[in-house]
Design a protein. Structure first.
Length: 430
């Protein structure tokens, strides 16, 4: 039997092509357009895609997929621990799409957007990043810069963003572009509507004030599609403080309730222009405290906020839930009572909790000095050293530090499923 050589090559090519599609080796095509109900939405390969995601840089990608998310965002293409390709490969393995962050220099860090040489150098560097990653099948889109408006006087930064967006669209027609704002104001929006029109949608980042998101958007005059690319715990600049000017952190249970409430009030409230959200942070970071913004502890244990996000994404609670931290007191006082103690003395502390199953629990107690490495806008902070750490019971007598100053007492209530509730109380040693 005679076989035409060229027919054979075509058949082999088709077979390889089919296998590649099964393995997802081709980039997805992502568009921003209106659905049949007139709602702005992302469409991935023609299918409507509402973002149910979280911000993730060093967090557990496997667990994000297991909890029902469909996407995560990053802040840069190279995070120093994993390459962008490794991150995208892991995302694809877990059925997740990535809004890839592109690091863009900020004015508040000293970058001058009137320096055309430096702007061009940055442009060419970013072009290389896009060329390298544009064909990955787990790529959802490009987030050009993070909160570039924070501390910015020269809005020419958005001319640079627009040039970057045009370049991306020229070399990567498959993926949309955006830029993220710290909050949303008329000044930035007016400038973006005139000078940064190439982006496909806007991204907005808010914390405690996100309950007013729709009002802020209306006041700023934005009427187009957007994604909320950061939202989460009440910011350390938005909370009450002690008499020695220390911000008071919510307990993990207060955070859980606020996440559920804020999702309903902000993300779900706008059915027309909101295309989804990324909650902050699927991981752990030091920012004022080691527990303020992360949904995980330093140990990798999930907190009550992870349970909240699972509920948001799935409409039901996870099978194994975190303990619930009802309240936490020192000498029968709360964090709002300006607790002062004597050096080298004793203080009594108690945590009040509940649980959903008869899990075995352990109680970890920790004292950390108040951080003095305070940064702005999420910049990297160094964690203060732990000066006391012990596993105990729900009620403890604890020795106070012998050095005068501001401290926090942390409690971690962990069950045997690596799930935790946590809180801390600031106190001052006299």
């Amino acid at each position: 039997m005679k076989i035409n050589f060229f027919v054979l090559l075509i058949a082999i090519g088709l077979l390889v092509s089919c296998n590649n599609m099964k393995k997802g080796t081709s980039p997805v095509n992502v568009k921003v357009q209106k659905n049949s109900e007139g709602q702005n939405r992302l469409f991935v390969d023609g299918k409507e895609f509402f973002v149910n995601g979280a911000g993730l840089e060093f967090g557990n990608i496997d667990s994000l997929g297991a909890h029902g998310a469909n996407s995560f965002r990053t802040w840069r293409t190279e995070n120093g621990e994993q390459t962008a390709v490794e991150v995208l490969d892991k995302a694809q393995k877990n059925g997740l799409l990535v809004l890839m962050g592109i690091e863009v220099a900020r004015e508040r860090h000293g970058f001058n957007y009137n320096d055309t040489v430096k702007v061009l150098e940055q442009f060419n560097d970013i072009k290389g990043q896009v060329e390298r990653l544009k064909s990955h099948p787990a790529l959802l889109g490009w987030a050009i810069g993070n909160e570039l408006n924070l501390g910015a006087n020269n809005l020419a930064i958005y001319d640079a963003v627009n040039d970057l967006s045009k370049m991306i669209h020229q070399i990567d027609p498959n993926h949309p572009t955006t830029t993220t704002l710290a909050g949303i104001g008329k000044r930035e929006v007016d400038y973006i509507k005139e000078h940064c029109t190439d982006i496909d949608f806007l991204s907005i980042q808010m914390y405690g004030d996100i309950v007013n998101l729709q009002t802020r958007i209306a006041d700023a005059g934005w009427q187009g599609p957007y994604i909320v690319t950061e939202w989460g715990a009440t910011g350390h600049w938005e909370v009450g403080k002690t008499s020695w000017d220390t911000p008071i952190e919510q307990t993990s249970h207060e955070k859980q309730k606020s996440f559920l409430n804020r999702y309903d009030l902000a993300i779900q409230a706008d059915k027309i222009n909101c295309m989804g959200s990324y909650a902050f942070l699927w991981g752990q970071k030091q920012e004022r405290t080691p527990t303020w913004y992360g949904m995980f502890l330093e140990s990798g244990a999930e907190t009550e906020i992870v349970d909240a996000m699972h509920y948001i994404w799935n409409g039901k609670w996870p099978e194994n839930r975190c303990p619930v931290l009802d309240s936490f007191k020192i000498e029968n006082k709360t964090a709002y009572d300006n607790i002062k103690v004597k050096a080298s003395s004793k203080m009594n502390a108690e945590v009040y909790y509940s649980q959903f199953k008869n899990d075995s629990l352990k109680f970890l107690w920790e004292i950390i000095p108040e951080s003095n490495d305070l940064k702005w806008g999420g910049d990297k902070e160094n964690r203060p050293p732990t000066i006391f750490h012990v596993e105990g019971t729900s009620k403890m007598e604890i020795a106070t530090p012998d050095t005068i100053g501001a401290y926090r007492l942390f409690i971690y209530v962990l069950n045997n499923h690596n799930k935790a509730a946590t809180a801390n109380i600031p106190f001052f040693v006299e």
